[in-house]
Design a protein around this ligand. Structure first.
Ligand SMILES: Cc1ncc(COP(=O)(O)O)c(C=O)c1O
Length: 428
């Protein structure tokens, strides 16, 4: 279903007709929609925390049962033995991000993985010491980058470069990155970019970033927190050096769930890369010989530190099963239409009071729209009142309400009701 197939109208009847024509509508029923006042919330907050799949409870019970029943034997017994547990998510994760299975691993949390990746891929020298990020990057990334620069004895004032377009849009276009790299590229060690930027919702295809950065010999990594599960990715073909992401947003794996990491295959046999090592990164065939010498496992697995937390990884396994069944390309088709409907309603009903900060080109955004209020104080109080009433988006200072219809569990009626409520409250 494409936007052109069905005409949008700002009515609940239209929203319901769009829902009736939606081939992905059955997935909503697979999720626990939180309630407020005994009514399902209008939950457009998958950019922050995705919803719980109903099928997860039984799978979690099964893991607890394995522990009850087998004790330490659970490492080898049960349906999903714990010893190779991260293997169970490898293939679906690779499919989701467009990687070979040996290029991905589920481990740790996002910021930890970002540090581990920078240990290997940020190798500054006096000539080439800079890290380029987008201005307004997620604070954790900025802290991580700054601390890595200092750790290597460099000064963030000269080594940390934050780029933004100078047109006041808050976006970063490839031409701005290109212009910077053309002038200073030979001093840049690492370009670290978001797939989907958390505040603006802008999507920049990783392959296009890599293409620019490679011309200048830079390493290129991505924080895909807001991109994974939101749109299809092709990390291997894009030739990214590394990527990291979390699993609690569009991957619906619960707060603090085990994160993911991609390391391009071309790096897997390199012996010159420094790495912080732990026993789970050791070649599994000899790991339990408990030798003194670290022998890296093949591929991204070599960056693992610890044995995986099963109760943080089980939701990832379950969630990736859903993505495999639903298909990220089908989800993306729906997402494009769903977000286009949100955009249409905001433009028709909220013009002059809200400006959309996210690019209007569907190729340059995922499901999120960042709604900037002309009156930020009013916007914040309306957002808070809406949240209390069960219309859930999230606020980002100073003036943005992020609204992110997730195609797995949101429908067109959600989108209509959210904008309708917003318009009603802003008119009061
Ligand atoms: C873009 C981005 N990067 C990094 C993080 C930090 O993630 P974590 O706390 O899992 O390390 C977040 C968290 O929301 C994020 O949105």
């Amino acid at each position: 279903m494409k936007p052109s197939d069905l005409k949008f109208e700002a009515t609940i009847d239209c929203a319901r007709a769009l829902d009736a024509a939606d081939p992905m509508s059955r997935w909503r029923d697979e999720f626990c929609i939180p309630q407020t006042n005994n009514k399902p919330q209008v939950y457009l907050c998958g950019n922050s925390l995705g919803l719980q799949p109903k099928r997860l409870q039984a799978e979690m019970d099964q893991e607890l049962e394995a522990w009850r029943r087998y004790g330490v034997g659970g490492h080898f017994e049960g349906k999903y033995p714990w010893m190779p547990y991260h293997e169970f998510v490898r293939e679906p994760l690779a499919r989701l991000v467009g990687a070979h299975p040996d290029e991905v691993v589920a481990m740790n949390s996002l910021t930890v993985n970002l540090h581990l990746m920078m240990v290997s891929f940020y190798r500054p020298s006096p000539e080439r010491h800079r890290i380029v990020i987008e201005k307004g990057a997620f604070p954790s990334d900025r802290y991580a980058v700054e601390s890595q620069i200092r750790f290597h004895g460099y000064d963030p004032d000269s080594s940390l470069v934050e780029l933004i377009d100078n047109d006041g849009s808050g976006l970063l276009s490839l031409s701005t990155l290109d212009a910077y790299l053309n002038e200073h590229g030979d001093s840049v060690a690492l370009v670290l970019m978001p797939g989907v930027q958390y505040a603006t919702g802008q999507f920049t295809p990783p392959g296009e970033v890599v293409e620019l950065a490679r011309r200048h010999g830079c390493q290129v990594g991505f924080d895909l927190a807001h991109a994974v599960g939101n749109l299809p990715l092709t990390l291997h073909d894009d030739d990214a050096d590394f990527a990291v992401w979390c699993s609690y947003k569009y991957l619906n794996s619960g707060a603090g769930a085990v994160a993911g990491c991609f390391v391009h295959r071309k790096h897997s046999q390199r012996t010159d890369l420094p790495r912080f090592a732990g026993w789970w990164g050791h070649d599994p065939s000899t790991r339990f010989k408990m030798g003194d010498k670290f022998v890296p496992a093949a591929g991204a697995d070599a960056w693992q530190l610890s044995n995986p937390p099963i109760y943080g990884l089980a939701p990832v396994r379950v969630s990736l099963g859903i993505f495999d069944e639903a298909g990220i390309k089908h989800l993306r088709d729906k997402s494009i239409t769903l977000t286009a409907y949100l955009e249409y309603l905001v433009e028709i009903r909220l013009a002059g009071r809200i400006a959309i900060r996210t690019p209007s080109d569907p190729g340059k955004r995922g499901c999120q729209l960042s709604l900037a209020f002309a009156d930020a104080k009013l916007g914040k109080s309306v957002h808070q009142a809406m949240e209390t009433a069960g219309f859930v988006g999230d606020w980002r200072e100073p003036d943005v309400l992020r609204a992110s219809p997730a195609p797995l569990y949101n429908n067109f009626s959600d989108v209509f009701q959210f904008v309708d409520e917003l318009a009603r409250r802003l008119s009061q």
